[in-house]
Design a protein around this ligand. Structure first.
Ligand SMILES: *Cc1c(COP(=O)(O)O)cnc(C)c1O
Length: 360
């Protein structure tokens, strides 16, 4: 088999141990004679997979008592509309912090349904930092919306930065959930598409604080109503069973690794190694303000498009895959989610040094 390190932003690499377990179970899950792909979602054997995955994820996040967890479909992008439609009655206002492309999309989508205020934005400087958030500037907002990690630009909102926010807090954590310790009780609603740091594409995690007041929109489609899924434990209709099963394996793997605090330590070590290599280089540059840098998506450029392309092509030859930056920004992006081992980052740094010697 061709061994590579996969730096894709999403769908992204999964822990090898998870893939091996899935392979072992593929034709015959737990002596059932069936694959999880073939099972009824109403069977007791699937029920156990479903509930265990949800419980393990809640345990890892430390929210077993306070939050309900949903497995939904439609990707992170469906939450851009589900959030305002479920949290705002017609005419009610929300405040958005726009720190990258995904937050901007969420802001625009919410504006289709309700009045929305731009609480803070870093768009005028190309999303190169996290702006100051002054929550008192929008006192009538029903919630404040943030995206904790900007997958495309490579910045993140560090946990302390959320402290002053007192209105109900909604977060898109698609690309950094379970990567470092956030005080989850700070949030009222959190969602994350699985394909960055949780599992395969096709399932989205939604965490809703118990007792959170949901809006009452008469015309809300049944499938877009959180209440529908809350009442049925995410089994109102057929859930993406196999994807949920893989997320459950990832959760188990995370527990075996020591949970979120252990992942945070490893992720900080990986990110430090890579940012130091960039900062000490004559060829590569990272444009994000240092204190706002992402631990998950590390972006850099040479300043020359052709040289970027040469770097990416050379990396591929060494088994360092998917380093191309997002199509909207260009450049180079190394996504180093939980499943990326330290060895992968070391291999990338070695190649960067080699490339620098040859292209200075
Ligand atoms: C990838 C991503 C999304 C969009 O997810 P889809 O599942 O493709 O809809 C939204 N927000 C963030 C932060 C992302 O990284």
């Amino acid at each position: 088999m061709n061994e590579v390190y996969n730096f894709s932003a999403g769908p992204s690499c999964l822990p090898k141990a998870v893939l091996e377990k899935a392979q072992k179970d593929l034709l015959d899950y737990n002596a059932s004679g069936m694959s999880v792909m073939e099972m009824s979602h109403r069977s007791s054997i699937y029920d156990e997979i479903h509930n265990q995955a949800a419980q393990d994820l809640k345990d890892l996040l430390g929210v077993s008592e306070d939050f309900d967890l949903l497995f939904l479909q439609g990707g992170g992008s469906s939450q851009f509309s589900m959030v305002p439609l479920n949290l705002l009655n017609p005419g009610e206002k929300a405040a958005y912090v726009v720190t990258g492309s995904w937050a901007k999309k969420a802001f625009k989508e919410a504006a289709r349904f309700n009045p929305v205020e731009l609480l803070a934005s870093s768009e005028d400087t190309g999303f190169d930092h996290i702006p100051e958030i002054n929550p008192s500037s929008c006192p009538d907002a029903k919630f404040t919306y943030v995206c904790t990690n900007n997958t495309i630009y490579g910045s993140r909102i560090v946990p302390q930065k959320l402290d002053p926010i007192e209105t109900p807090l909604v977060a898109d954590m698609s690309s950094n959930i379970l990567s470092e310790v956030y005080d989850m009780t700070k949030f009222d609603l959190v969602y994350a598409g699985a394909q960055k740091n949780l599992g395969p594409a096709g399932v989205t995690l939604v965490l809703i604080k118990k007792g959170l007041k949901l809006a009452q929109r008469e015309d809300l489609p049944t499938m877009l109503n959180y209440q529908t899924h809350l009442e049925k434990n995410s089994l109102y209709n057929t859930p993406p069973c196999f994807n949920i099963y893989i997320c459950g394996l990832v959760a188990q793997w995370l527990k075996d690794q020591g949970g979120v605090p252990a992942m945070e330590e490893r992720n900080k070590e990986k990110a430090k190694l890579l940012y130091e290599a960039i900062d000490n280089s004559q060829v590569f540059k990272n444009k994000i303000r240092p204190q706002d840098r992402s631990l998950m998506n590390v972006t850099f450029v040479t300043g020359d498009k052709d040289l970027d392309a040469k770097f990416i092509a050379g990396a591929k030859k060494k088994g360092l895959e998917n380093l191309k930056g997002h199509r909207s920004t260009g450049g180079i992006r190394a996504s180093i989610y939980n499943a990326m081992p330290l060895e992968g980052v070391k291999a990338l740094v070695d190649y960067m040094k080699e490339f620098e010697l040859e292209n200075r």
